[in-house]
Design a protein around this ligand. Sequence first.
Ligand SMILES: Nc1ncnc2c1ncn2[C@@H]1O[C@H](COP(=O)(O)OP(=O)(O)OP(=O)(O)O)[C@@H](O)[C@H]1O
Ligand SMILES: C[C@H](N)[C@H](N)CCCCCC(=O)O
Ligand SMILES: [Mg+2]
Length: 211
Amino acid sequence: MTKRIVVTGTDTGIGKTVFSAGLAGLLDGFYWKPVQSGLDEETDSEVVARLSGLPAGRVLPEVYRLRMPLSPHRSAEIDGVSIEAADLSVPAVPGPLIIEGAGGVMVPLNRRTRFIDIFAQWQLPVILCARTALGTINHTLLSIEALRARSIPLIGIAFIGEEVAETQSTIVEFGGMPQLGRLPHLNPLTGETLRDAMVAGFDPTLIAGGD
Ligand SMILES: Nc1ncnc2c1ncn2[C@@H]1O[C@H](COP(=O)(O)OP(=O)(O)OP(=O)(O)O)[C@@H](O)[C@H]1O
Ligand SMILES: C[C@H](N)[C@H](N)CCCCCC(=O)O
Ligand SMILES: [Mg+2]
């Protein structure tokens, strides 16, 4: 049973947090966002606490909380903080842990280290979130290639958006990575609609079935 899963994506703002909230709820697990950049709006951890249906203690505290909604390396510099890879060791929790990065895989944490370098150190299995809309084939295949080049274990792709079957199958064929499911755009987006969409769209044993 996979206990610790990294959720990354092809870009910022594509729905990783909403998917992570749904997944943490589906697996009755925990959620951890190690680096949060942007504190004026609702943070990712707050969104997950609101949407996942999990008790408050299942959302673990961030290690770095940076004020500006920018790439973490820049946000940290503005706050006068240095993000240290050594501080990002994965917490032990008594259940499945969903770990969310920030933005896409190449996003820098400082002038030397990107998220993908931390993922390579962790060697935890990764779910890649990808939009279904035009432009996603390029972003998704590049992300898969970068993850593979570092021998990072891959679980599969979680598509987000309306079904575009041809695009999705093209990504699966070229990427050689399975489609785990699809989370549609939800309106309204509530804890209840998210839970129902996750149950309808994803098989938890396919996701958490092997480590
Ligand atoms: N399935 C969905 N249905 C409805 N709205 C969604 C869905 N997924 C994402 N959104 C909305 O899109 C916006 C961006 O989503 P989200 O915060 O999950 O992106 P992200 O990939 O986690 O971004 P970041 O890189 O900042 O962590 C939010 O306003 C969110 O509510
Ligand atoms: C602020 C934003 N919501 C994310 N937390 C960080 C996204 C970083 C993206 C950097 C980039 O790829 O240009
Ligand atoms: Mg997010």
